[in-house]
Design a protein around this ligand. Structure first.
Ligand code: GLC
Length: 469
């Protein structure tokens, strides 16, 4: 299963599926910023480290000692945590449960939202909750593109005092910047995503072709492999009218030196010459070079991934979650045949990857600030980040974890593509992103269906400019 599988009925809204168990507590962990001792305790609480424990209470609370399950819980602060659903060797609910087990002061109830490929629905569910200002959920996760909106609305608690500069410097600076709105840290990086090119090493070698660096090279190699009957599809991407289409389009346009917004960030540039050429290229993959099936217009991440790991396609644009799946013999027919590279660019342009990923946030109206900070500190700690990378394939946002030998040994492609992650291109940064994305999605969709690229992008540009006015 992957984090993009859509098995949650859309429109089902928020649902709580982790009942609050009357748990026997594990040893408690120290509060606030996790240091090495806290990390030891995390491992102990998670049952990953053998040995006896002796631990201190939080904020002068009662001392609890012993093995997990030997002491009764003190009265715990109950907080709620809403997040998109992710898949991997573990679920988010299981990771949350590790926190519940690792200390005895806070109990987190997990509220599961749809997976990130249903980004619009996840966003809607969060907005509905946060706009009530009721304090629920106490902690949530947010796509990188929602940070400005949530901060601008006053829904996200500024976190600067809980994560001071010294702690912030442990994350990739670009991500801390993305989490900062009007000078305040309103989100904390969880994992970083970026678009990349998956290719069939074996087929390229067989054809004596190199890994394409330009879109023309990709189109030529894809067409050749299709013609030779090696694959059904040359190039798969995501053209569904959804958030991921914006990501694909940001990459194509930026790789031609264009952008969605102008340099002032207030006017649209999506109808500029470079952008029109880029969208024309995507249209042509279906209608002219015919390296992509028209199905890509209704495909998001998983539908485009499946034929590739099924051995039916030469190239695929997707996120990092695909690699472990491609390497898993139980669901892949291309084990050890897949390479990952930066996405191609237009002649004279530079490769561009869309910046994706989710961040943590604390509800500005939470009535349980201390508990929320404690949970978030644990979730963002180096050990938990490594855990997420190894169990769920989510790329760490701390360089120390990203560069760790353990990650390098298990998921080497992440470190090889580090510059792709750290140099990724953001989508428009605006508190009105929710409206801007819908305008981009519908304008580009119409362009890709009608082929009337300039006309549709002119119309989208006019809509975007009026949204931002
Ligand atoms: C991934 C990215 C996220 C993006 C989404 C689009 O989950 O991490 O930023 O919005 O895909 O489907």
């Amino acid at each position: 299963m992957s984090k993009f599988e859509t098995d949650t009925p859309i429109g089902e809204g928020v649902r709580a599926d982790t009942a609050a168990p009357d748990r026997e507590p594990a040893p408690v962990r120290g509060s606030a910023l996790a240091g090495p001792t806290d990390r030891r305790r995390f491992l102990q609480g998670a049952g990953l480290m053998a040995g006896a424990v002796a631990v201190s209470g939080l904020s002068g609370g009662a001392l609890v000692a012993g093995f997990p399950g030997t002491a009764r819980a003190q009265s715990r602060t109950e907080i709620t945590f809403a997040s998109a659903k992710f898949f991997g060797k573990q679920t988010i609910a299981e990771v949350v449960e590790m926190y519940n087990q690792a200390q005895s002061k806070v109990h987190v109830k997990y509220i599961e939202l749809p997976p990130p490929s249903s980004s619009t629905e996840v966003h809607q569910a969060l907005v509905q909750q946060l706009a009530r200002r009721s304090g629920t959920p106490d902690v949530f996760t947010q796509d990188v593109v929602w940070i400005a909106e949530f901060a601008g609305a006053g829904w996200a608690l500024p976190l600067d005092e809980y994560f001071p500069a010294a702690e912030r410097s442990n994350f990739f600076p670009g991500l801390i910047e993305a989490c900062t709105y009007q000078g305040k840290l309103t989100a904390l990086p969880w994992f970083v995503d970026s678009g990349m090119l998956y290719y069939r090493k074996d087929l390229l070698e067989g054809a004596g072709a190199k890994v394409p660096e330009t879109w023309d090279e990709l189109a030529a190699a894809a067409a050749e492999l299709q013609k030779a009957g090696k694959v059904d599809f040359g190039y798969l991407w995501q053209g569904k009218q959804a958030e991921v289409l914006v990501c694909d389009v940001v990459e194509a346009i930026a790789s031609n030196g264009g952008s969605i917004l102008g340099p002032d960030g207030k006017s649209a540039a999506i109808n500029g010459e470079k952008a029109v050429q880029a969208v024309q290229f995507l249209y042509d993959t279906i209608n002219k070079t015919k390296i992509s099936p028209s199905d890509v217009l209704s495909w998001d991440e998983e539908p485009s991934r499946l034929p590739f790991t099924g051995g039916k396609a030469a190239f695929l644009r997707n996120w990092s979650y695909v690699y472990p799946i491609a390497q898993d013999p139980s669901g892949s027919s291309v084990v050890d045949k897949v390479g990952v590279a930066p996405l191609p660019h237009f002649a004279g342009g530079k490769s561009a990857a869309c910046l994706g990923g989710y961040q943590y946030g604390i509800n500005a109206n939470t009535k349980n600030r201390e508990a929320a900070v404690d949970f978030l500190t644990w979730m963002a700690s180096p050990d938990t980040q490594l855990h997420y990378a190894l169990q769920l394939g989510l790329a760490p946002t701390r360089p120390s974890v990203f560069d760790s030998a353990k990650l390098g040994a298990e998921q080497p492609f992440m470190q090889t593509l580090k510059p792709v992650f750290t140099g990724a291109t953001p989508r428009p940064v605006t508190a009105k992103y929710a409206q801007v994305t819908l305008a981009v999605q519908s304008g580009v969709s119409r362009a890709l269906v009608s082929g009337d690229i300039k006309k549709e992008l002119d119309a989208a540009a006019a809509r975007i400019t009026s949204i931002l006015a």
